[in-house]
Design a protein around this ligand. Structure first.
Ligand code: CTP
Length: 240
């Protein structure tokens, strides 16, 4: 099935319910299965708003979004959840065990699946170092995870379902370059389509497509090499 992992936006405009201003304005793009897309842009540019439309947290006000070749309007939410791994900007962890947190949204996940995903997200060793390993309760006194550890746990949770499409909304920002690169190398093996919001040039360089977002629009699009040649704005970002 060659459309597994394809994502298309067709003239998508969007405003949040009850708001009069459009935060996305006529966005169109087509991503082929397995491509890595780096999304760059300043605060408030619309990066999260674009990504939230893929798992259907919101529907476009105008235009259409297609996943795996299907208009999202025709896809059942349960079905969509199986296809997409999404880690929002703020990691959503609750005060259960590490295991419970990892299995959230996929209750049939086995321990070995969790461990494999945790290894890929570079968090397995941190977990085994905790007092009760995978059974350690999070949020319990004395067990505070760092921002980067929370992000890696969220990435592991998303990987467990082996998604066709993985969306990392600023979910690797707290990782050092080397750790992020290991996580991305592991994600490569999943052969999924990857959307990653990043400020790191090293991450943008690996992408098949970079999208520069500003004021709700895609203002530049291309690979690192292309944009270095054609985009003054991208060069400014690259050298900053
Ligand atoms: N916005 C809104 N209501 C929300 C979320 C966002 O009105 N529930 C607005 C923001 O104020 C902003 C615009 O939508 O003007 C785009 O926001 P967002 O998509 O979050 O921009 P990002 O590029 O993701 O910004 P950041 O890097 O800060 O996350």
């Amino acid at each position: 099935e060659q459309l597994k992992g394809a994502v298309t936006f067709e003239h998508v405009s969007f405003r949040y319910p009850g708001m009069s201003t459009y935060v996305l304005k006529d966005i169109s793009f087509h991503i082929r299965p397995g491509e890595t897309v780096a999304i760059l842009g300043s605060t408030g540019a619309g990066k999260s708003s674009i990504l939230q439309l893929i798992p259907r947290l919101y529907d476009p006000t105008e235009g259409a979004v297609y996943v795996d070749g299907m208009n999202l309007k025709d896809v059942k939410m349960d079905d969509l959840r199986k296809r997409i791994g999404f880690t929002p900007q703020e990691s959503i962890l609750f005060s259960g065990t590490v295991e419970e947190n990892l299995a959230w949204g996929k209750s049939d996940a086995t321990l070995s699946e969790m461990k494999a995903a945790a290894q890929d997200a570079q968090i397995h060793e941190t977990i085994t170092d905790l007092k009760d390993g995978y059974e350690t309760k999070l949020g319990q006194k004395g067990i505070n995870l760092s921002g980067g550890q929370k992000q890696r746990l969220s990435v592991a949770r998303a990987l467990i379902r082996k998604p066709n499409i993985l969306i990392l909304d600023d979910s690797t920002s707290a990782l050092d370059l080397q750790t992020e690169s290991k996580v991305l190398d592991a994600i490569d093996k999943y052969k999924c389509t990857l959307f990653i919001v990043t400020q790191k040039l090293s991450t943008a360089k690996r992408a098949d497509k970079i999208m520069l977002i500003d004021d709700g629009k895609i203002i530049e699009e291309g690979t690192h090499d292309q944009l270095m040649n054609t985009s003054t704005l991208y060069r400014e970002i690259a050298y900053s």
